[in-house]
Write a protein that binds this ligand. Structure first.
Ligand code: PLP
Length: 474
């Protein structure tokens, strides 16, 4: 009804509710009272002419629409347009998209726990006990038993004094980094850290320094320069400033590992703090599946250990593990924790079940199964000319370079029933588009063979940096 009254613009006929809102807010702004769009609107005894109102209000909205349409066109021209793909069912590593079943090689559910009966049952039970939502933020009345049980389980799993859960890994990074450092401090990040760390580093107000990926020589130079400034050899000396280094243990888009032992020694030598994002190593590396810090034997020397609950743990959310004082401080200072509704009880309960599973014999068996598939895939990829030597776990990047090449390769694989979407800028640097292959414990030997066959048939082959096909080894 309102749509027709609002004028000729195609947008308005498509989005009736928006037209009402724009009329309403315009009237509020210019006349100081709301109008009701019924024929000639009558408001507080005053007749407002619709046509004038509509012209002015729709003008603002159409500029808005035009602006966004132009921006989207630029993204499309660059081959970077992203669209949501609706997944109608998930059964193990199989997805149904647009009525077609596809073999999924894009999931971070490394141990295949997301559909595990124990996680499902925990979620259902939590809904029965606490309802669907948590009702408020943790500091108001949303700090439900499942959140506390999850945090106790996480601390036990990580071997730390305490842990704190967040609604996402993104929120964990944002809240924690911004709470720990600010103006007058320095944050140093690896060039390839996840966007959540980059965003937090920009937002926190500390001086941002970036070191080339895993290049500890460059990191040392940065720390040395900073140390000199802090001991007063430069004019801008701020003696009590903090330095926080943030890196990932297993890098999300390259699958390689940070040189963690050396990194820990370096940060200790220069009195910096280290925050380690173990999103892709939790549940995958370490004798107890705790991550790379455990595997390297340095977990107790890392100030802030971060992880996510939505990858190998099989649920959703993020967490920080460390000393009790860190958690107590974050409860008071991490804004993404304080000013956000607590995660759902079902999510927290499912995550706790996932954490318990990681520590069971089944968790170990699933990890073994995962690495069997990884070994199979690596061997097959090597036969096809791919070099995945640097990868240390289930993420195997197939770098194609040009964005269009990655999109075309993904489409060709989809034709063959394999789901392996293109990863493009800004997720990775321009010209480093790729297929990010991830294996899970739910894949069978036959699934990996299907993938390898599809890659060969679709002629998805390694490319050199100049875009030419590299010659596959004999
Ligand atoms: C390395 C890394 N850290 C953090 C995150 C963010 O976690 P979440 O998806 O739970 O927000 C991700 C990705 O999802 C990631 O890959």
């Amino acid at each position: 009804m309102e749509a027709k009254e609002c004028g000729p613009g195609h947008f308005f006929s498509a989005v009736p509710r928006s037209s009402f809102l724009c009329l309403h807010s315009f009237a509020n702004l210019f006349f100081g009272f709301p109008v009701i769009p019924v024929g000639k609107a009558r408001t507080f005894g005053m007749v407002v002419r619709h046509d004038r109102l509509h012209a002015a209000s729709c003008h603002g909205m159409s500029e808005f629409i035009d602006d966004l349409t132009r921006r989207l066109a630029v993204i499309r021209e660059r081959g970077l347009l992203r669209e949501l793909r609706r997944v109608d069912s998930v059964v193990g590593p199989r997805l149904t998209v647009a009525g077609r079943e596809l073999l999924n090689f894009a999931s971070n559910d490394y141990l295949g726990l997301a559909g595990h009966p124990a996680l499902r049952a925990a979620a259902v039970d939590a809904v029965g006990r606490y309802g669907a939502g948590s009702g408020a933020s943790r500091l108001i009345c949303g700090s439900l038993a499942p959140h506390h049980e999850l945090e106790v389980a996480l601390a036990r799993f990580k071997g730390t004094e305490a842990a704190l859960s967040f609604s996402s890994g993104y929120a964990a990074a944002l809240g924690t980094i911004c709470a720990l450092v600010g103006r007058g401090d320095t944050i140093i990040i690896d060039r390839l850290v996840h966007a959540c760390v980059v965003d937090a580093a920009k937002l926190c107000g500390a001086k941002l320094q970036v070191f080339p990926h895993n290049d500890l020589g460059e990191l040392e130079k940065l720390l040395r320069r900073l140390g000199q400034r802090q001991t007063g050899t430069a004019a801008s000396a701020t003696p009590r400033s903090r330095t926080l280094i943030v890196t990932e243990s297993v890098f999300s888009m390259d699958g390689d590992a940070a040189p963690l032992r050396e990194l820990v020694e370096l940060k200790e030598r220069f009195g910096a703090w280290l925050m380690l994002d173990e999103a892709h190593a939790t549940g995958v590396l370490g004798a107890g599946l705790r991550g790379l810090a455990e595997a390297a034997g340095v977990a107790h020397r890392i100030e802030v250990q971060m992880g996510t609950l939505g990858k190998a743990i099989g649920a959703a959310g993020g967490f920080i593990a460390g000393p009790q004082v860190l958690v107590d401080y974050l409860v008071n200072a991490a804004r993404s924790f304080i000013f956000s509704t607590a995660p759902t009880p079902a999510g927290a309960a499912a995550a706790r079940a996932g954490v318990e599973l990681l520590q069971s014999a089944e968790g170990q068996a699933r990890r073994t199964q995962l690495f069997e598939r990884v070994a199979q895939a690596r061997a097959g990829l090597a036969r096809l000319g791919w070099n995945c030597e640097a990868a240390c776990g289930p993420i195997l990047p197939l770098i194609l370079g040009a964005e269009e090449a990655a999109v075309a390769a993904a489409a060709a694989l989809r034709e063959r029933g394999v789901f392996l979407p293109a990863i493009r800028y800004p997720t990775v640097a321009r010209g480093e588009a790729r297929l990010r292959l991830s294996l899970t414990a739910a894949h069978t030997e036959a699934d990996v063979e299907t993938l390898l066959r599809a890659l060969a048939e679709a002629r998805v082959e390694p490319r050199s940096r100049d875009g030419h096909r590299e010659v596959a080894p004999e």
